[in-house]
Design a protein around this ligand. Structure first.
Ligand SMILES: *[C@@H]1O[C@H](CO)[C@@H](O)[C@H](O)[C@H]1NC(C)=O
Ligand SMILES: *[C@@H]1O[C@H](CO)[C@@H](O)[C@H](O)[C@H]1NC(C)=O
Ligand SMILES: *[C@@H]1O[C@H](CO)[C@@H](O)[C@H](O)[C@H]1NC(C)=O
Ligand SMILES: *[C@@H]1O[C@H](CO)[C@@H](O)[C@H](O)[C@H]1NC(C)=O
Ligand SMILES: *[C@@H]1O[C@H](CO)[C@@H](O)[C@H](O)[C@H]1NC(C)=O
Length: 390
């Protein structure tokens, strides 16, 4: 079933389910008895499957900051690459230093195509797995603009509506790798065949595998609610999940989709549509069980208040700004396709300590990655000068 995973032997699945059920039961009891206020023990071993065009760069920044705060090691791409081998199925050797550090990394969050057994060779057994999904309709528009000049299927069509009106005119199955962004990209990122026939059995089988491997699936549409749930699941502090939106796009590069196109996505990206529908349901169930709607509302307000406070403290402008207005060229975000990716300026005259903290909130991912790489592998010769973060 999974492209990236050897078929599991029959019978093992049922055993796993039984164990998972018991584990869940005891975990529930543990929470009731040992943590009356619902506070979970702090989780520091984390695998975040970074899906594409789903606000995952903002989560990556959260994880990088957390890694620095607790001096944790990050499974960074070998050879100072930007991805962990994407779009190939992940292999343990794709993580820098795997031969010596194997299974002792704390955090993994770069783009990769998921393969559980290979990830398990890198991450400790106590790792919490999570990811983020986005409504395939808006995801398609975002991918179209961002990968316009990369995916042949997108390149050949005029705009997202023309593409969706007759996708098979532009989408060539033999250009698989470069076209992964054009169809069921989330399904692909989770390690499955994005061109598979979506029979009910197949879809349900994949969804239950994802459910077994991942403890938590967040949703881009409910990002702040997702941060509350993440913080609760990982036993983190509020400031750990406060963020400034990164890698966002200027509204003038957003294409408007016709109602027909929106409907068409559900058919063209049926696998992603089913995936999203399922986890959109379980997300709200999880919120109700773990947090409750009252606490959710309170914590979302706290998060937004703190975010506003930090934006006022750190930022020169009240909103993300055009790349041409980012004064420090080291802080300019990477650009792609026809998207105009926005950035930030820091206020002048911040104290060193405040500047350090603010800088990390606005640091684009490639710069942050190269900084962490230099910190973790000081002996390696660097491809480019790491950003001076002192
Ligand atoms: C951080 O971790 C590294 C290796 O894991 C260790 O050598 C270093 O001493 C740690 N630094 C602090 C401040 O704990
Ligand atoms: C982690 O799990 C793997 C596979 O189940 C097992 O082989 C390994 O010994 C475990 N490692 C630790 C440290 O428990
Ligand atoms: C798809 O791509 C292959 C290889 O590049 C090419 O031979 C084939 O003609 C293409 N098919 C269509 C329908 O364009
Ligand atoms: C996700 O669930 C929410 C709440 O039930 C619902 O309002 C929304 O329409 C769902 N989204 C999609 C794309 O189905
Ligand atoms: C602030 O950082 C600058 C640049 O590294 C340094 O020269 C200065 O002494 C620092 N100021 C304080 C008060 O630490």
């Amino acid at each position: 079933r999974s492209f990236c995973r050897a078929a599991r032997r029959l019978g093992l699945g049922a055993l796993c389910l039984g164990v998972a059920f018991l584990a869940g039961f005891y975990h529930g009891l543990y929470r009731m008895w040992l943590s009356p206020r619902g506070a979970r023990p702090l989780q520091t071993n984390l695998m975040f499957l970074k899906t594409h065009k789903t606000a995952s760069s903002t989560i990556m920044n959260i994880l990088f900051r957390f890694a620095e705060k607790h001096n944790l090691s990050v499974a960074l791409p070998a050879g100072q690459d930007v991805h962990l081998g994407y779009p190939h199925c992940f292999k343990a050797q794709f993580a820098e230093g795997f031969e010596t550090l194997g299974q002792s990394y704390n955090i993994m969050c770069n783009h990769l195509r998921f393969s559980l057994p290979e990830v398990q060779r890198v991450m400790p057994n106590t790792t919490t797995y999570f990811s983020i999904l986005r409504d395939p309709v808006s995801l398609m528009e975002s991918s179209y603009v961002y990968y316009k000049t990369y995916s042949p299927a997108f390149e050949r069509s005029k705009d997202v509506n023309e593409f969706l009106a007759s996708p098979w005119m532009y989408y060539n199955l033999s250009e698989r790798t470069k076209n992964v962004y054009a169809r069921n990209c989330m399904w692909f990122d989770f390690g499955y065949d994005n061109n598979a026939v979506g029979t009910e059995d197949y879809v349900q089988g994949v969804i239950s595998e994802v459910e077994q491997a991942f403890q938590l699936l967040l949703l881009s549409e409910y990002f702040d609610e997702s941060m509350v749930l993440l913080r609760d699941t990982l036993g983190w502090e509020l400031d750990d999940v406060v963020y400034f939106k990164l890698n966002s796009r200027s509204p003038d590069t957003v294409q408007s989709m016709t109602p027909e196109s929106k409907e068409k996505v559900k058919e063209w990206c049926w696998l992603d549509w089913m995936l999203y529908q399922h986890f959109n349901r379980t997300f709200w169930r999880r919120i109700q069980e773990a947090v409750g709607l009252d606490r959710l509302a309170r914590e979302v307000t706290l998060l937004r208040t703190r975010q506003k406070e930090l934006m006022e403290l750190c930022l020169l402008d009240p909103m993300p700004i055009d790349k041409s207005r980012v004064k420090d060229k080291n802080l300019q975000p990477f650009q792609s396709g026809h998207a105009n990716i926005l950035g930030y300026n820091l206020k002048d005259g911040l104290t060193n300590e405040t500047r350090r903290a603010c800088l990390r909130l606005i640091m684009p991912e490639l710069q942050y990655m190269s900084y962490l790489y230099a910190r973790q592998f000081p002996e390696k010769e660097r491809k480019s000068a790491p950003f001076p973060l002192w």
